[in-house]
Each structure stands twice: as structure tokens, then as C-alpha cells.
Design a protein around this ligand. Structure first.
Ligand SMILES: C[S@@+](CC[C@H](N)C(=O)[O-])C[C@H]1O[C@@H](n2cnc3c(N)ncnc32)[C@H](O)[C@@H]1O
Length: 187
């Protein structure tokens, strides 16, 4: 299956699909953390029409996440551009699409998510509500419900890379996406 993982610098979801034999690529304005040859550095929009079977997008939540709502009134233009970007990704001519974001205004301004998942459902003892908007895909089934409900990301000290630490996709979630949304490549 040809898989596009848009807005991903970590390579986690791309690599989870590649490990199962899929022709998967990540794409981000940033370079990939793992220096993979299967990373496309640049804007994801021009490659949406390149014949993908499945796409998973992690669009920036800076101007969308409800956790930053006190700044919304100063960011009307940025928020409207961010929502237009998400809408373009949702409307991409790709049969199966998943959009991932925290609790955000996407729910009120575009539509409600199909599912809200937590890291603790996929082997990580942490809380971080993550919404999924799905097209042509089933909801993810939890793979490993574990104890521990720590909000680790909120306690991280300030640093230039704090946003990266907070936004990297959990490995258990990446693995579940590949296992449950990728049909076996050799069948
Ligand atoms: C919240 S982060 C997602 C990180 C992801 N979960 C991961 O594990 O790598 C959003 C990413 O979207 C990227 N981005 C923003 N606009 C983009 C665009 N037009 N095309 C490609 N990537 C974009 C940013 O550079 C940023 O790395």
C-alpha cells in the first residue's frame, strides 16, 4: 500500500508502516529525525495528488488546540489559515485518511472527531487526549491498556525542543495504526 504520513518529522508512523512492508513516506517542512531516504522534506500540499492509498496527517495544533484558547482572539487569521489547511487535508483525493490533533477547534469549526484515543490504551502510562477524524478507516482498537495516568508532557521543562517532545507520535499508537490500517502488503 502507498502510504503518506504528512506533517511528521519523527518518522514513527512511516517506519511502523514500512516495517510491515508498505511503501510509506513521511513528509514535513522539517528534516526527518531518522535521516530516512523515505522522508520528503517540504510542503505536503503539492503531493496530495500523487496516488496514495492511505494518508495520516498530524497538522500543527498551535492555533487550534483548546489548551491555547486564551490566545485565540489575537490569532484569528492564523487560526482560519490552520483550519483551511486541515480542511484541505480532509478533502484530499485519497481513499483512506486519518487526521490527528489534540482537543481543538476542529471539532466545533469543521466536525466532531470520530474517536478520541489515549496513550494509556496503547502501552504508554500517560494521558494525552488525541482526536482522530477518519475517512474510510475503522476506529483504532486499543492494543495494550496499562496503568498510570501521568500527564508527562505538561511537566516538561521549557526548552527549544519542548514542542517536539510533546508532539512526537507515541510508538504504541504508530504501531497500532500500521497494524490495524495497513492491509498485509503481501496479500
Ligand atoms: C504537531 S507536529 C507533528 C509531529 C508528528 N506527530 C511526529 O511524530 O513527527 C506538526 C508538524 O507539521 C509540520 N508542517 C506544518 N505545515 C506543513 C506543511 N505545509 N507541509 C508539511 N509539513 C508541515 C511542522 O513542521 C511540524 O513538524
Amino acid at each position: 500500500m502507498r502510504v503518506l504520513v504528512g506533517c511528521e518529522y519523527s518518522g514513527r508512523v512511516r517506519q511502523a508502516f514500512r516495517n510491515l512492508g508498505h511503501d510509506a513516506f513521511s513528509c514535513d517542512l522539517l528534516e526527518s529525525e531518522d535521516a530516512s531516504p523515505f522522508h520528503i522534506q517540504g510542503d505536503v500540499l503539492p503531493i496530495l495528488t500523487d496516488g496514495w492509498d492511505l494518508a495520516i496527517f498530524h497538522p500543527p495544533c498551535t492555533h487550534l488546540a483548546v489548551s491555547g484558547s486564551r490566545w485565540f482572539k489575537d490569532k484569528v487569521k492564523e487560526q482560519s489559515e490552520a483550519l483551511a489547511f486541515v480542511q484541505t487535508l480532509m478533502d484530499a483525493p485519497i481513499p483512506m485518511i486519518a487526521i490527528e490533533n489534540p482537543i481543538s477547534v476542529i471539532s466545533s469549526r469543521i466536525r466532531k472527531p470520530d474517536q478520541i484515543i489515549q496513550p494509556w490504551q496503547f502501552g504508554h502510562g500517560e494521558t494525552k487526549a488525541t482526536c482522530l477524524w477518519l475517512k474510510g478507516l475503522p476506529k483504532l482498537t486499543p492494543t495494550s491498556v496499562v496503568d498510570g495516568r501521568e500527564a508527562r508532557v505538561h511537566r516538561m521543562p521549557p526548552s527549544p525542543d519542548r514542542w517536539k517532545e510533546r508532539s512526537r507520535t507515541y510508538q504504541g499508537v504508530a504501531d497500532a495504526m500500521a497494524a490495524q490500517w495497513g492491509t498485509p502488503a503481501n496479500e
